[in-house]
Design a protein around this ligand. Structure first.
Ligand SMILES: *[C@@H]1O[C@H](CO)[C@@H](O)[C@H](O)[C@H]1NC(C)=O
Ligand SMILES: *[C@@H]1O[C@H](CO)[C@@H](O)[C@H](O)[C@H]1NC(C)=O
Ligand SMILES: *[C@@H]1O[C@H](CO)[C@@H](O)[C@H](O)[C@H]1NC(C)=O
Ligand SMILES: *[C@@H]1O[C@H](CO)[C@@H](O)[C@H](O)[C@H]1NC(C)=O
Length: 419
């Protein structure tokens, strides 16, 4: 499917949405009046006790690799050209990695943030991971096998607003239905209903029910409009933005649709960086420093801002440069993936500062230090590497240190210092 066709279908959706832009009925709008969506994470649910070990770091690296292979593949199918960052995700590895139906989901056996949406008529509540690194909305289907047990499952037959799109997909059916999120209504939102979940998504390992991708249509596997675009095009949002605060402090995390929560950040530090390539929330990172010294100074390092990835994952070259002068820093490599450990007594003094839009945003020891490794006496560090990557995925290790703003209207990302 080429993007031209997708765009036509999206245009039809937009018309339908504008035509029915009535306020949600009171029966449906039982979502908070403020549009603030409280987010939760495994760490905050566990009151701060660490959930990481080297196994979860390895799994996360593998699944992030699959997510990017799948979304890069979608980009290529949608636009007819290879994603500019796709140098190392060659076509063969994409084909190899997308053979099973669950590739679009990442593994969340790590710390990630999730909140509630409602779907259908009458509305049913689902807990979703809000992922700026992908663009599709997945739920477990009522027809899902035992692999979805414990998760809330979507029953299109029980929703008078659901419509089967008739699109054949591996391991899932595609519907459109009304989605209510943060006080707004996304009419006829495309939804993938999965028939099977991989073991990593069992209720014990993955508390949310599904995934809400907040990226651009270019990386969507569906032909419909991704959630953020649906909301934006509906004309309901006061501003075409979504603001995030991610924290491990219970009750402190939130996603705000249609505006930013000015009580959570210092307005004078809000720095916008243009999206350089629509698809992911892709921007240019100016550099990374440590102890006031530039470790990587590059004025053209591509970075993808991804709330759905826990770690910062970068190229081997950048990570090696970062860890080169840290005494006792040890690389642990398996296949294409490498993570690092640092002696726990010094890791707090090895934290990075990321430079975006000329502004320095430091990462705290609390977020960089993922805690003691079970295989060594050292601590796991928050920057990992993949030899498949010549870009940087800026995940929650960084994003917990800033207020972040995803601006759909102006295609830019904003970062501000937290209050
Ligand atoms: C902004 O954040 C504060 C503190 O978490 C919260 O009480 C308030 O409801 C939020 N504002 C909006 C508009 O959601
Ligand atoms: C976390 O703390 C809250 C309030 O102090 C408590 O109700 C809850 O059971 C605790 N959760 C865990 C997993 O310890
Ligand atoms: C999903 O992927 C996992 C990991 O690769 C695999 O073990 C599982 O069998 C897959 N499930 C389905 C339904 O394809
Ligand atoms: C490092 O920082 C963490 C989190 O702020 C703290 O709990 C820990 O005690 C610190 N470790 C050392 C050796 O200073």
């Amino acid at each position: 499917m080429k993007f031209t066709t997708t765009a036509t279908i999206c245009a039809l959706f937009v018309e339908a949405v504008v035509g029915s832009a009535t306020p949600p009925s009171s029966a449906r709008s039982n979502i908070g009046r403020t549009h603030r969506i409280a987010l939760n994470s495994r760490l905050s649910a566990a009151n701060g006790s660490k959930v990481f070990d080297s196994r979860t770091v390895r799994e996360q690296l593998q699944f992030v690799s699959r997510k990017y292979s799948a979304t890069m593949g979608a980009y290529e199918r949608n636009t007819g050209s290879r994603h500019p960052l796709n140098g190392r995700y060659n076509a063969r590895s994409v084909a190899k990695r997308t053979t099973n139906g669950n590739v679009s989901l990442t593994n969340y056996d790590a710390d990630l943030w999730y909140g509630d949406i409602e779907v259908g008529t009458p509305p049913q509540t689902f807990t979703m991971l809000f992922d700026t690194g992908s663009s599709d909305l997945f739920l477990p289907s009522i027809q899902c096998d035992v692999s979805c047990d414990g998760h809330t499952q979507y029953d299109p037959a029980a929703s008078s607003s659901s419509k089967d799109t008739g699109q054949p997909f591996r391991q899932q059916a595609e519907y459109v239905d009304d989605v209510f999120v943060g006080g707004y209504e996304a009419d006829d939102q495309t939804i993938g209903a999965a028939y099977a979940y991989s073991p990593e998504f069992s209720k014990d390992d993955f508390p949310p029910d599904g995934l809400s991708g907040l990226g651009f249509p270019e990386i969507s596997e569906f032909e419909g409009s991704p959630l953020f675009q649906t909301l934006y095009e509906s004309g309901q949002l006061p501003q075409g933005v979504i603001g995030f605060k991610l924290s491990t402090t219970p009750g402190a995390s939130e996603m705000l649709i249609g505006g930013t929560n000015t009580s959570l950040y210092r307005s004078d530090t809000l720095t916008y960086i243009p999206v350089t390539q629509k698809g992911y929330w892709q921007v240019v990172m100016d550099g990374i420093s440590r102890l006031g010294q530039d470790v990587i100074e590059s004025h053209a390092a591509p970075a993808i801002i991804d709330t759905g990835t826990t770690l910062v994952i970068t190229s081997d070259a950048i990570a090696q440069a970062y860890y080169a002068n840290i005494p006792g820093a040890t690389a642990h490599t398996e296949g294409e993936d490498t993570y690092w450990t640092i002696p726990c007594n010094i890791i707090n003094s090895t934290v990075p500062t990321f430079i975006f839009g000329g502004h320095a945003f430091p990462v705290s020891p609390q977020t960089f230090n993922l805690g003691p490794d079970i295989l060594s006496s050292d601590c796991l560090a928050g920057i990992a590497a993949s030899s498949e990557m010549d870009f940087t995925i800026v995940g929650d290790v960084f994003l917990q240190n800033t207020y972040s703003v995803f601006d759909y209207r102006n295609t830019r990302v904003g970062f501000a210092e937290l209050v």
